[in-house]
Write a protein that binds this ligand. Structure first.
Ligand SMILES: Nc1ncnc2c1ncn2[C@@H]1O[C@H](COP(=O)(O)OP(=O)(O)OP(=O)(O)O)[C@@H](O)[C@H]1O
Length: 219
């Protein structure tokens, strides 16, 4: 599967002040991409287009040549993308375990209600059993983020779009998440796209795309 950005141009309020002009990029299955850039450079904006949450002023996003607008953005989001955003949107009255259990219940996964499976998924991102049964508000920001990553990955989508998913994490946990992204790309054939301002994290990706002065450069 190939995800492409074709002739994308975008501005928010003032057409003479474009965020970017005629962007063309290609993302392939099995690769881990990092889009790196300073704060305000437009990383979240491009990710929101790739995730089908918003549409650019001009140009399009396509999956194997078919425009995601033609597929339908809702259908595209449901079938193709697992998104991980800075805001965790966890259910705050519940434990980490219950958040995953609840999310799993609405998928067509064969693991619904599978206690060991849920605990194993949480353990993969360093949430042990004790933490799994704590109310999520009693977990640190980084721990909440890791619960949110597990939840996003329950949806077995071919594209993983992550916004600063390691931003709140310390070095050790950041490594853990980067390793998970590598595994998703290399072992599960997913297209992983992470946006980050952290160059060290970006260097771990197979392909680094720098967003600077309104331009994307593939390294
Ligand atoms: N809804 C909006 N309306 C108007 N301007 C916006 C809107 N969203 C973002 N912007 C502006 O567009 C530019 C790019 O924003 P974006 O959030 O994509 O950057 P970013 O690289 O993700 O930044 P950060 O790393 O700080 O999250 C910024 O100047 C921002 O102020």
């Amino acid at each position: 599967m190939t995800l492409t950005i074709k002739h994308l141009t975008h501005w928010y309020t003032d057409e003479s002040n474009k965020l970017y002009t005629d962007v063309n990029l290609e993302f392939e299955s099995g690769k881990f991409y990092a889009i790196v850039g300073e704060s305000g450079s437009g990383k979240t904006t491009i990710l929101s287009f790739l995730a089908g949450l918003d549409s650019p002023r001009e140009g399009e996003i396509a999956v194997d040549g078919e425009s995601i607008n033609k597929i339908g953005l809702t259908k595209y989001r449901q079938r193709y993308v697992a998104t991980i955003f800075q805001a965790y949107n966890l259910l705050t009255t519940m434990t980490a375990y219950q958040n995953i259990e609840t999310a799993l219940a609405v998928t067509n996964s064969s693991h619904k209600g599978d206690r060991q499976y849920i605990l194993d998924q949480l353990a993969k991102v360093g949430i042990d059993e004790e933490k799994a049964f704590k109310n999520v508000q009693k977990l640190s920001g980084g721990e909440q983020q890791r619960v949110a990553i597990v939840r996003a990955l329950l949806v077995d989508a071919p594209i993983v779009a992550a916004d600063e998913a390691t931003g709140n994490l310390d070095h050790e946990n950041s490594e853990l998440i980067v390793d998970l992204f590598k595994e998703l790309a290399h072992d599960y054939g997913k297209t992983v796209i992470l946006i980050t301002h952290d160059r060290e994290v970006a260097q771990e990706a197979d392909v680094q795309i720098e967003l600077k002065d309104h331009k994307f450069t593939v390294k």
